[in-house]
Write a protein that binds this ligand. Sequence first.
Ligand code: ADP
Ligand code: MG
Length: 687
Amino acid sequence: MDGDSHAWLWDTPQFLKGIGPKKARELQSRGVVDVYDLLNFLPRGYRDYRAVLSLSEAMDGVEASFRVRVVTPPKRAYRRRFYRAEVEDDSGLAELVWFSNKLYGPSADLQPGQQIWIVGKPSKRRTVMSFSHPRIFSDMSRVDIEPMYRGIPWLSGGLRKAVKELGKRLQAADPLPAELRDAWQVPDWRAAFTQVHAPGTNDPLEDVYAFRSNGYRRVAADAFFSWFLGMGMRRRSMQRVETRPIQVGDDIVDQLRAALPFALTGDQQAALDAILQDMNQSTPMFRLVQGDVGSGKTAVALLAAAVAARAGGQVALLAPTEILAGQHARFFDEVLGGMGIRITRLTGSLSAIRRKEVLHMIRSGAVDIVIGTHALLQDAVEFQDLRLVVIDEEQRYGVMQRSALRSKGGAPHTLLLSATPIPRSLSLVLLGDTDVTVIREKPAGRAPVETRIIPEDGKREVLEHIKTELDAGHKVFFLYPRVDDQPDSDQASVVEMHQRLADYFGADQVGLLHGRMAGDEKDRMLRSLKDGRISILVTTTVIEVGVDVPDATILVIGHPDNFGLSQLHQIRGRIGRGNLPGTCYLLVDDGTGDDALARLDVMTQTNDGFEIAEADLELRGPGSMLGTRQSGIPDIHPVLLRRFSDLATEVRASAEAILDEDPHLTAPQWRRVREILQRKWDMSAEA
Ligand code: ADP
Ligand code: MG
């Protein structure tokens, strides 16, 4: 960590004060591998503690902060396993309690007469307000505003400290030269990350709280910059690459299209036309088809794949889950199998013998379309003549994985499918007019999905509705956030719900599906539902993306406030896929707060993915897109992109000018930019 080198950016956060190996591991499990990731782990919102109340104003159950004097420091209650202290201010008295055998941190050091701030949610015990496990600060001026991070409470203080500790080093490591910062009107790294992670009263707090401040503008600018540099490098390298055009006669396209069980919508046809035209060029296609859940992207991919196969090439289709790979393989086989197109599946759950066979078939050209999961990316998978790569739900993949697949062919065409809502105006700026197709129009005859919030005492009504739907031969999903019961949680798990529903509806009607089951078992379970051997499936978010059961009409989501709105929207996409009207029930627990209810209410108001993303940002914060680095759009919440879209044109022009002069960014001043592109975007493989 010498002053000159910026290697610390790529170090584990473990070297920062207060972050030991354990916390570093926790961060890693959330996709935060190095300090750069940590800095870009955005808050989901902020808390403002500046409004300090007096104890007489304390309200039962309402979190607030108070400035108090210690009357009696914590004492262990006689033979009991808790500590109790007394504090006062000019308006009254309160007690603090800790249910534990030992005190840690500032509470262990409290002295009589000491002035402290406490933050907590009091509850009225007899006549006195009682705070259990309050947070204690000796100097509130440093923590009056606090960012909150999804799933990692200690980061509120942790990142503030990290930003302070890094201080000047952040300034020195800023990859963006001052001229560009001035031109784009964005602050340097130190100022930006301080404003995002450690805002103070000098900052425009309203803007900070709304993710609209210059700190966020800088984060967006960085994402745009990486994006446009990457795009520019890719375009420059693609223009050098030659590939063989894929072409078949119109009669063959007509014949393939006729094999589908439905007619394409206008938007699907337009997407297909664009793809066929791209594939018929001698530079490789790189096209993103973006469409909301249920808009029918699979059919477009199927036709593109069939055309490539008909032209004598091989196709690889990558899907994020085993379930989805199985579903696609069956759909492709149903439609194309009869026409002599050979389809096979390659997933992690194949037996060793079968896997060897499949690998051999792929290598020898005995199969045309391979549909698989991550297993497709392994080195052992070699194609005879890979001409087209299709990546479904591409927002789930990193750039690295995407290019791993592409490198298996000479220079295959690439088709990306995504449900991430990017507004058309922005996709034009980001991708240019030619590389993105948006499917807006849903297939005709789609009945709407109604979403309703149901309190605990409303369950009976839901069960009645389910019975009616089951009688009509329709299917039902129950989705719960966790697999097992956890001792510290009163939330039902899928295992428990499966038991209860099996008791109620009959064991042979109700199936269970979750991520800990073996791959082929999962696949079998989903098939049982599709085929009607069972009619109710109790499941987790393993079915979040892609799963298609057109006659499922009811989706019940338990503990819905565990999910983000965009995630709920994805999940809700499991129903309303056919022409039957659907109902999505959000079963809220009695204790659910007003904030959470207001957030969930958005789901009842709109079915538009973009509106939901916008509301999600406002209500929950941009969180972090880490771990879901997107190859089809910049690595940042789409709503931040739109908010700062005024940057796009200018940043793109700068990126192009830089690349014109220095196509591989070899000049010393771009060293860190190059590092970021290589490490976080795997651009070395692109260039
Ligand atoms: P997504 O865009 O979310 O991947 P899918 O491709 O899975 O959506 O399509 C959703 C459902 O709509 C599927 O059941 C599919 O068979 C059906 N579908 C797709 N296109 C059409 C169409 N043109 N007409 C009728 N149904 C369609
Ligand atoms: Mg899909």
